[in-house]
Write a protein that binds this ligand. Structure first.
Ligand code: HEM
Ligand SMILES: *[C@@H]1O[C@H](CO)[C@@H](O)[C@H](O)[C@H]1NC(C)=O
Ligand SMILES: *[C@@H]1O[C@H](CO)[C@@H](O)[C@H](O)[C@H]1NC(C)=O
Ligand SMILES: *[C@@H]1O[C@H](CO)[C@@H](O)[C@H](O)[C@H]1NC(C)=O
Length: 515
């Protein structure tokens, strides 16, 4: 009788649950030990990212710390716990190549994910899982072709001139030097570019120093806001829990903005029958092709998800690259002068105009290209390239079989700062990428900043073009100088998932046109 009361009591059930949990944790904890694979010992549950979860360190420094752990100095890969889950941390370039390129089909999803209760986040290309990823990716690819980008370059160039004007009018006889916040300044430009070439909308961010589009874009990565920081980091680190907390990739504000504004833009486009060959046209075609598997609400979510990721991935990545570049050039006037000379010569050849060729063909302005590659190396936009094993596969001559579902961490940021591959790696030195030196860099790392293989950055071309455009548009008329408020060195924003400086990048602009 006592026994039956005990067996039915909540305490008993709780006890059982606790025992099961402990067994399960133990099984997980022993995962690598049982398989004789070296692994990083870390706190139960919080795992390798405990410091990130506890707000002690950012994800960049955490990844770097793990990468440089002396215990794994000679390992090609080792186990880590991505929170509770056994995952693989890969250092060896051949295995990385195998995962990203040769055996892509066994690693064609990201582990990072959102959940179906966050439809915009769930369906956007960056997080989308197969098989739908493949359909959407192939549909979106033509938007980034050189023909397409060339055709819309006049819009990008026009916005570059607008930004140049925005800066110019702040000078007068009393103000020979004007201080700017580099990130803010370049943010304006990129938000306008994406709105213009992807949505066919004039967002007027530059003109109004902000506005609705800017707010919508800005709030995606507003990690200084506690909730946004938590939401973002948990999706990247413990995607399983996001659904229990109602986490979303796009903030409430951004989501509402897209649902308020974009259906009208899409409807107007359908009504007018004018084709602009932009993202909206692509999405309208996509909508027609998704019949009949998806209902109309899901179709709208799928479309708006892509609208969202364009703004999300299209602006923050490029503005961090452009602003870190200008920051580094403020510290090294010699490099800046060489670049400004190159800009001068290129403009002279083209009647003073910034052309598509200048920003798309890396042999036209080789130094500019090297500069951008060096910024991407030192400030790699993502801390890791992340994959999920989608088909169990054996690596390292049969030594380890990766099970389906295992998260794979490729430590992009740390690889790009490894002394073994980049001598004096903390020095900003664009000459590493000069033709006479590039052979010193392993081929895989010569071109890794946009990821590799079939799931690499779909916006690589656009990212380079728009970043180079804003750099030329600023440097052609202004010299950038460090002042006493310019940070001595960069500390990374701890909660950021896309690299960002914790301190504002403030520098002086001095008006001094190259021609
Ligand atoms: C300097 C600029 C940029 C950098 C450094 C950058 C970097 C990256 C990286 C490292 C990835 C992950 C690749 C991988 O897993 O192998 C990625 C993915 C992606 N990027 Fe970019 N990106 C940039 C600009 C852009 C732009 C302008 C867009 C679009 C407007 C864009 C859209 C995307 C999308 C949609 C993905 C996910 C692709 C997929 O999963 O199929 N990015 N980017
Ligand atoms: C930069 O932008 C942020 C966010 O919009 C704003 O709070 C801040 O005042 C801006 N800083 C400058 C110097 O314009
Ligand atoms: C790129 O520029 C170089 C040098 O200006 C030129 O020789 C080459 O043909 C260009 N490539 C393309 C694809 O236009
Ligand atoms: C880098 O990769 C892109 C495509 O991913 C390719 O178009 C480009 O030629 C590569 N550049 C180098 C220097 O390998």
């Amino acid at each position: 009788m006592w026994l039956s009361i005990f067996l039915n009591s909540p305490i008993f059930l709780l006890l059982i649950a606790l025992i099961l949990l402990l067994v399960w944790i133990r099984k997980n904890q022993n995962y690598f030990k049982d398989r004789k694979i070296p692994y990083l010992k870390s706190p139960v549950i919080l795992g390798a990212y405990a410091d990130v979860a506890l707000g002690r360190k950012g994800v960049y420094r955490t990844i770097e710390h793990i990468y440089n752990d002396i215990k794994f100095k000679d390992e090609k890969y080792f186990g880590i716990f991505v929170f509770h889950k056994p995952g693989l941390f890969v250092k060896d370039l051949d295995i990385i190549k195998q995962m990203l390129i040769t055996d892509f089909n066994s690693f064609n999803n990201r582990y990072v994910a959102s959940n179906i209760h966050d439809p915009l986040g769930y369906y956007q290309l960056f997080l989308l899982k197969n098989p739908l990823w493949k359909t959407i990716r192939s549909k979106m690819t033509p938007f980034f072709s050189s023909v397409k980008l060339k055709a819309s370059y006049n819009l990008i160039e026009k916005l570059g001139r607008d930004l140049n004007h925005y800066v110019t009018v702040r000078f007068n006889d009393a103000h020979k030097k004007v201080e700017f916040d580099l990130k803010n300044l370049t943010d304006y430009f990129f938000v306008d570019v994406i709105a213009s070439i992807a949505y066919g909308v004039e967002a007027n961010t530059i003109k109004n120093s902000g506005g609705e589009f800017y707010e919508a874009a800005h709030s995606i990565f507003d990690v200084k806001n506690f909730w946004r920081g938590l939401e973002m980091s948990s999706m990247f680190l413990v995607p399983q829990i996001s659904k229990y907390f109602g986490f979303q990739i796009f903030s409430k504000l951004t989501t509402k903005f897209f649902y308020d504004v974009m259906p009208d833009v899409i409807a107007e486009r359908k009504r007018s029958k004018i084709r602009r060959n932009d993202l909206i046209d692509t999405l309208i075609e996509l909508e027609n092709e998704l019949i009949p598997e998806h209902d109309s609400h899901t179709k709208l979510d799928i479309m708006l998800g892509q609208v969202g990721i364009f703004l999300g991935a299209g602006y923050e990545t490029s503005s961090s690259t452009a602003s870190f570049t200008l920051y580094e050039l403020s510290k090294q006037p010699d490099l800046q002068n060489i670049l400004r000379d190159e800009i001068k010569n290129a403009l002279r050849k083209n009647e003073g105009k910034v052309t598509y060729e200048m920003v798309s063909n890396s042999t036209e302005m080789p130094f500019l290209h090297q500069i951008v590659l060096e910024t991407l190396r030192m400030y790699s936009v993502l801390s890791t390239i992340d994959r999920e094993c989608t088909n169990s596969i054996t690596i390292d001559n049969g030594r380890f079989t990766i099970p389906k579902g295992m998260p794979i961490t490729i430590p992009l940021f740390a690889l790009c700062r490894d002394e073994k591959y980049f001598e004096n790696s903390l020095k900003y030195d664009p000459y590493r990428f000069a033709p006479e030196n590039i052979h010193k860099i392993p081929p895989l790392l010569q071109n890794v900043s946009f990821g590799l293989g079939q799931r690499n950055c779909i916006g690589e071309r656009l990212g380079l073009i728009q970043t180079k455009t804003v750099l030329i548009m600023i440097l052609k008329d202004f010299k950038i100088e460090a002042n006493e408020r310019t940070p001595e060195s960069i500390e990374f924003e701890k909660k950021a998932m896309i690299i960002n400086s914790a301190k504002r990048l403030l520098v002086d602009f001095v008006q001094e046109p190259v021609i």
